[in-house]
Every structure is written in C-alpha cells, then in structure tokens.
Design a protein around this ligand. Structure first.
Ligand code: ADP
Ligand code: MG
Length: 266
C-alpha cells in the first residue's frame, strides 16, 4: 500500500546512522551476530547490555575501525560499509573511545587539535600554494580547540602534557577531541564510567547541551539512572544481538533483560 510504503521510507530517512543485520566474527568468536540498530535524527539513544555483549564492537563497526563480516552500515541513507574511519569523520560521524588514550607527551591543547586533522593542513598542494591560508586555518583551529577546552572546563590545563590528567579529565579531553571535527552524530562509549559524582553531573549536562545544539547521540552507558535521565529510548544488546528496545523504565523491568544481566553476574 502507498501509505505503508511512505511510512517505512520516512522511518529510514529519519535515521542518521544505522547498522543493518551486521555480524562481526573474530576467528571462532561472534562478537556481534546479526545486530540492527538505527539512531534517529535529534535523539539520544541509549545502548546497554552486559559486559562482552558486543557494544564497543558495534561502535567500531559504525565508526569504520572494523569492517563487518556481514551486513551493512548506512549513514544518511547511503551505504558506507566500505568507507574508512576518516571518511566517516568527514561525513560528520564522531566517536569517543571507552578507554581514552591521549598522546601522553603532547599537551592537552595539542591533543584536542588532533581531532580536527581531517579539516586543516591535510591538503598538501594547497599547503604549498597557499601557506598564509594554512596559517589562518591553524589559528582558527587553535581558537576552536580553546573554546572546546572551555566547554569541558580543561582550559587551565591546556599547556600541560596529557599524562598529568586524571581518568575523569581524560574523558573530558576525549569529548573535546571528538568535537573538533564538528560531528552531527556522536557515538559516546561510556563517557561517564568511573568518574566522580560531581563530574558525572557535569558530563550529563554537557551531553544534554550537545543534543540541544542539534547533535544526534548514541550513548553506551551502564548506569540506568543516567540512561533514564538522558534517553527516551534504549536498545539492549546481549551476546551480540538485539535483545530488547523501548523506554528505559520498560526495558529495565523486561524479564529477558533482567535475565541477560543475571547471566552476566553468574
Ligand atoms: N579485536 C578483538 N579480537 C577478538 N575478540 C574481540 C575483539 N574485540 C572484542 N572482542 C570480543 O568480543 C566480545 C564483545 O566485546 P565488546 O564489543 O568489547 O563488548 P562490550 O563493549 O559490550 O563490553 C567480547 O567477547 C570480546 O572479548
Ligand atoms: Mg565496551
């Protein structure tokens, strides 16, 4: 029927990034097995599931650092499965790492600048031909990096080597770094794991700010309280598969979800 077709099309169009039936095998281990997920424009979608469920592997597939054994990744309606991570960053897809690994001897400011490499200084020919323009771009990049350090309250540390940062400060630096490339879509892998309660509140507020400024966000987070505050919709992954989906409160009392978490503890 015409109307049914139209509504199906609308749903597809509303998704900014999507994994369709993706599988990732590492030798004999199926880390992700036939998983589908779609992030809709403007939402904060929670991705939860027990340790080892395949959440980070799914992020690697979405961001392009892994190529799926089977299935497809779609961004803005286009199949981008064959594209590498840099191309996906240039398309507006940003991701943070669960365990940030800043360049420890580079300064905090320099680390943020590495997040914008796709933009400035990369085109060798224009560097030769237009050195003035490159210098201007670099000044603009430094201004932008400083504004982002201000956004995550790390300005006072901009000249320090990243190795002096605490675990929580590394999470903040990671956020600033990924924002350097102006992503429309953010994949945040446990951005608040292991931080103190004050910093947790700060990170929640920043995630809300980023969403309010128009970014669509896919968030891996274990703290269901945080998920309930940030997300109207949650996808549960277990053993590499889509297990459940819905409002946080409904998902939290789903017997299949409870069982998956109990299995994790046992
Ligand atoms: N590069 C890899 N090589 C082999 N096994 C991996 C690799 N990455 C992840 N795995 C395995 O895949 C499974 C899912 O891991 P992961 O995606 O990190 O789960 P989660 O983020 O949900 O905790 C785990 O069993 C993990 O050991
Ligand atoms: Mg993980």
């Amino acid at each position: 029927m015409q109307s049914a077709n139209r509504s199906a099309t609308t749903q597809t169009d509303a998704s900014v990034v999507e994994a369709r039936d993706v599988t990732m095998r590492f030798g004999g281990l199926t880390a992700v097995g036939g998983m589908s997920i779609a992030l809709r424009r403007g939402e904060i979608l929670g991705l939860i599931g027990p340790n080892g469920a395949g959440k980070t592997t799914l992020f690697n597939l979405l961001a392009g650092s892994l190529k799926p054994t089977a299935g497809a990744i779609r961004l803005g309606g286009a199949d981008i499965s064959h594209e590498g991570p840099e191309r996906r960053i240039a398309r507006g897809l940003g991701r943070t790492f669960q365990i940030p690994r800043p360049f420890s001897e580079m300064t905090v400011l320099e680390n943020v600048l590495t997040g914008g490499q796709a933009q400035a200084g990369e085109q060798i020919w224009s560097n030769f031909l237009r050195p003035g323009r490159v210098a201007a771009q670099e000044t603009a990049a430094v201004d932008k990096a400083r504004a982002l350090l201000d956004f995550v309250t790390l300005s006072a540390l901009e000249g320090e080597p990243a190795r002096v940062l605490s675990g929580g400060q590394r999470k903040l630096l990671e956020l600033a770094r990924v924002l350097m490339a102006d992503p429309d879509i953010l994949l945040l892998d446990e951005p608040a794991a292991g931080v103190n309660p004050t910093l947790l509140e700060f990170i929640i507020a920043r995630v809300m700010d980023l969403n309010a400024s128009g970014k669509s966000i896919l968030l891996i987070e274990h703290n269901m309280d945080v998920v309930a505050r940030l997300c109207s919709r949650v996808v549960v992954m277990a053993a590499g598969k889509h297990l459940a989906e819905g409002a946080p409160a409904a998902v939290a009392r789903d017997p299949a979800v409870i069982e998956a978490y109990l299995g994790d503890v046992a």
